[in-house]
Design a protein around this ligand. Structure first.
Ligand code: MG
Ligand code: MG
Length: 249
């Protein structure tokens, strides 16, 4: 069942989203060569907690960090730890904040220093594909319109969307119905109505859609060893068009 949020629920989700977006913005400003992913996680954790919220991911299914930090060929669910961030890395930071009974969920891939042209193009195309999807998050459309727009942009640019992991509804639960795949057919899937809130989150591999999971049970890598990028916003569907709840401002 897809939960439709009332105006007052959307106001609460805006607060959770703002903290999520603020934490992510701080992560972008804080990221440095030589820093460990655990240090970056600590900064994000402290920001969320100091704003009266809880990190949504901490303890979720047993996840040991407050953020998922995934570097280069890591797609998602990287566990913060001793790994040091290096010049030329691309670092995907996925953050969730929970407050007043609601979650926000957002992710961004950051470039560290000078990155390769391939990495820059991957990041650009992935972020663009997120906005192509968001444009289709309108009342009267279908979920498949969002999925199709994302896939189309990625494939046109010679890259691959990850199919094993998908976006999702967000609200009282971090993961709610419906699933929001980054591939699909226009005009298909659930009808989009005002009050739906979904996390749109293209995960894009430079080469091939295949992924594998490390023995740690969490970290997802590209099968090919190629780079991967990930951008996500929590988006409310409203009569006035899509509203990005996880913008920091
Ligand atoms: Mg996320
Ligand atoms: Mg998500």
């Amino acid at each position: 069942m897809i939960n439709i949020k009332s105006k007052s629920e959307l106001e609460k989700m805006r607060i959770a989203g703002k903290i999520t977006g603020g934490a992510l913005e701080l992560a972008g400003r804080s990221i440095r060569v030589g820093m460990t992913t655990k240090e970056l996680d600590r900064i994000i954790h402290n920001y969320i907690v100091s704003h009266g919220a809880k990190p949504s991911f901490l303890g979720y299914g047993g996840f040991p960090g407050s953020a998922c930090i995934s570097i280069n060929d890591e797609v998602i669910h990287g566990i913060p730890g001793k790994r040091k961030i290096c010049e030329g890395d691309i670092v995907s930071v996925d953050v969730g904040a929970y407050i007043n009974g609601y979650h926000g969920d957002s992710c961004k891939t950051f470039a560290v220093g000078q990155i390769s042209d391939e990495a820059a193009k991957l990041m650009k195309v992935t972020e663009e594909s997120l906005y192509k999807g968001i444009e289709k998050a309108v009342v009267g459309g279908r979920l498949g319109d969002i999925s199709h727009a994302i896939e189309q942009h990625v494939v046109t640019n010679g890259m691959a969307v990850v199919k094993k992991y998908v976006g999702h509804g967000v609200g009282r639960e971090l993961h709610e119905s419906p699933e929001v795949p980054n591939f699909g057919r226009e005009g298909h899937g659930p009808r989009l109505v005002a009050g739906m809130v979904i996390a749109i989150e293209p995960m894009v591999n430079a080469v091939g859609e295949g992924v594998k999971v490390l023995p740690d049970g969490w970290t997802v890598l590209t099968q090919s060893g190629s780079l991967s990028a990930h951008f996500e916003h929590t988006v409310a569907i409203t009569p006035d068009g899509p509203v990005l709840l996880t913008k920091p401002d």
